[in-house]
Structures are given as C-alpha cells and as structure tokens.
Design a protein around this ligand. Structure first.
Ligand code: CTP
Ligand code: CA
Length: 219
C-alpha cells in the first residue's frame, strides 16, 4: 500500500519501540549477547515518527544513529529495558522488536575474572519477558506487537507465541538466512484474523508497511 506522505496518520499517538540486543554482564568486561543489529527496530521507530507518532525508542547496545524526531532511551540489560518500557507507559501501541537475552548471570562478578581461576561456573537465571508482562500491565497499550525470530516452523511458532504472550500481533521473522544484521527481512504478520506472508523486502520498506498497518488499526 502506497504511503501518503505528509498525512501524518499517527499524529497524537504515543508508540514505544524496543530494539537491539541486550547485554547481560558476566563480569565487568564480559557479557552474554546475541546477533541483533537493531536495524529493523530503528527502521520501525523512524517510520512511525514519519507518520507523526511520538516515539519512545528503548534501545539496547547498537551502533545506529537515532532517527529524526525519536526520543531514545539507551539500556544495556533486560532488567533495565523492562524498567524503561514501564516508565514510558502509557502508550497507544508498543512494538517489541528487541532481541532480549533470555538469561542473565545469576551473580555477575564485580571485577574482571582472571583466567587462572579456571572456567567459571556460570549460573544463569531467566530474564523477565517484557512483552508478556506488558500484556497484563494495567496500562496495556491498545495495540501490542511482538516479533518472533525463528529459524524453523516459523509461522507455527509465531502463532503459538502470539497466544502465549497475549500479544495482538506477532511479526514472525525468518532468521534462517542472513537476516540478522542484513538489509532485508522476510516476515509473516500474525493477527487474530490469520497469517499474511509479506514479500521479502528492505527493512525500511517492512517498517513503512507495518507503520501503515498500525495507523489502520489505531484508526
Ligand atoms: N521478548 C521480551 N522479553 C524477553 C524475551 C522476548 O519482551 N525476555 C519479546 C521480544 O522482544 C519479541 C517477543 O518477545 O517481541 C518474542 O521474542 P522471542 O525471543 O522470539 O521469544 P521467546 O518467548 O523468548 O522464545 P524463544 O527465544 O525460546 O523462541
Ligand atoms: Ca528469546
């Protein structure tokens, strides 16, 4: 669907976007992370702002410039991301694009571990699920959108994720190719009405299409 530039279909709306990885410290110089570049999330923040939304972008550690007109809050860890998302509420919509680390060290060292102590026994604990928590938050956004990065049985996993996390939509991301860090993305949009498969496209084109759909849904 062609964008109508200048129409600002999201004027007056507040939208929170999470993007990038999180870093979970092992000690003061080492961390657990993942391959998220933040590009898709930043493109979505930019596209929403271009439609006139007030955008709060909660960003993990990434090497990307802040899109014009977007309020950016930088965080490192999943716990910090959860706090920043909750502090940004209320919002009309939240788009949770971040690849949040599923686990963190139970007991990060407060100095640099030396290798002569031998390989450390890392005990990992689960991070909070920011999306699932927001779904039952008293200030739940009217439209709550999650991403699902999958390498196999993409749609099946995404449909299950939508239900489990009580999200309205899931954008299912096929990350089996070179998508993570790349310029393009291959997605399916999973809604209560069903599953749409979008043609593989540049991340900025996917972002504009999603922003247009969000504007349709918020009315
Ligand atoms: N998410 C989140 N907080 C977490 C983990 C995930 O908010 N601790 C969000 C992501 O931002 C994304 C969605 O949940 O919008 C799905 O993330 P994903 O990693 O695909 O799903 P998980 O439930 O973590 O399951 P798994 O990694 O086992 O596939
Ligand atoms: Ca995960």
């Amino acid at each position: 669907d062609a964008l109508r530039p200048g129409e600002r279909r999201l004027a007056g709306r507040h939208i929170v976007v999470t993007a990038g990885p999180t870093h979970e410290p092992i000690d003061t110089v080492r961390y657990i992370a993942n391959r998220s570049s933040g590009r898709q999330g930043f493109a979505i923040a930019r596209a929403l702002a271009a439609q006139g939304a007030r955008v709060t972008l909660v960003a993990g550690p990434v090497a990307l410039a802040t899109p014009a007109g977007v309020a950016r809050i930088d965080v490192e860890t999943a716990l910090q991301m959860r706090d920043a998302v909750n502090a940004a509420m209320p919002a009309d919509c939240a788009v949770m694009v971040a690849a949040v680390a599923d686990w963190r060290s139970a007991d990060p060292a407060t100095n640099k571990l030396k290798k002569d102590i031998g390989a450390p026994d890392l005990t990992l604990v689960a991070n909070p699920d920011i999306l699932a928590e927001l779904a039952v938050h008293p200030n739940r956004p009217q439209l709550l959108i999650g991403f699902a990065a999958e390498t196999d049985r993409v749609v099946e996993h995404a449909v299950a994720k939508r239900q489990r996390k009580q999200a309205d939509w899931i954008v299912a991301n096929d990350v089996s190719g070179d998508v993570m860090g790349g310029e393009e993305n291959a997605v399916h949009l999973v809604t209560p009405e069903g599953v749409e498969t979008w043609a593989r496209a540049r991340k900025d084109a996917i972002a504009r299409r999603l922003a247009d759909r969000i504007a349709d849904a918020l009315g």
